[in-house]
Design a protein around this ligand. Structure first.
Ligand SMILES: CC(C)(COP(=O)(O)OP(=O)(O)OC[C@H]1O[C@@H](n2cnc3c(N)ncnc32)[C@H](O)[C@@H]1OP(=O)(O)O)[C@@H](O)C(=O)NCCC(=O)NCCS
Length: 148
């Protein structure tokens, strides 16, 4: 992801989430050096992922595919890319938060071996209040040999 991609990323973000990240958040992620990846089709951004790495942990902060391009394997391949980057950077574990109501995302994460390790109460903004987040974890240790 580059600065030039941000407007297209934000358009998909706004169409995909009830409480989307702002353009400024994406620009901050680029500025601080988070792993920010886009997938393009015919030169247009159709998906993106954002991950922080540090203190032995990779943290998937955002993963999103434009509605018109879902169920084509893009989300899985983006997440796979982020996990490989985390493993290559020597991170032992990957973490992410997900709304318990987001069954498509949860199926994706479980299919890649993530396991639920906790629940953050009231983590997300929601209509009329807050929503909990399920915390999912995946060990990256087995991946290191393949990525070195
Ligand atoms: C979650 C998301 C990124 C998945 O992207 P995608 O490109 O459609 O996913 P893929 O085609 O790679 O599917 C991979 C797996 O995810 C699961 N999955 C994806 N869409 C699904 C759906 N609508 N219902 C159930 N499972 C689904 C399946 O396990 C699928 O594997 P399969 O095709 O072998 O059954 C996408 O739905 C999205 O952008 N949603 C809105 C943003 C969001 O909620 N992001 C996650 C925040 S935590």
């Amino acid at each position: 992801m580059t600065e030039a991609d941000v407007p297209e990323v934000v358009a998909t973000e706004r169409a995909s989430y009830q409480f989307p990240w702002s353009e400024g958040i994406f620009r901050d992620c680029l500025r601080v050096g988070y792993v920010c990846r886009v997938v393009t089709v015919d030169g247009r951004v159709v998906g993106y992922g954002v991950m922080s790495i540090g203190a032995g942990e990779a943290h998937i902060l955002n993963l999103c595919v434009h509605e018109a391009h879902r169920s084509n394997g893009i989300g899985k391949s983006l997440l796979g890319y982020l996990l490989e980057r985390g493993a290559a950077a020597g991170m032992g574990e990957a973490f992410l938060e997900v709304r318990p109501s987001n069954t498509a995302a949860i199926r994706l994460y479980l299919s890649l071996g993530f396991e639920q390790v906790g629940m953050r109460r009231g983590y997300y903004q929601a209509v009329g209040g807050r929503e909990d987040a399920a915390v999912l974890k995946l060990s990256l240790r087995g991946r290191r040999a393949r990525t070195r």
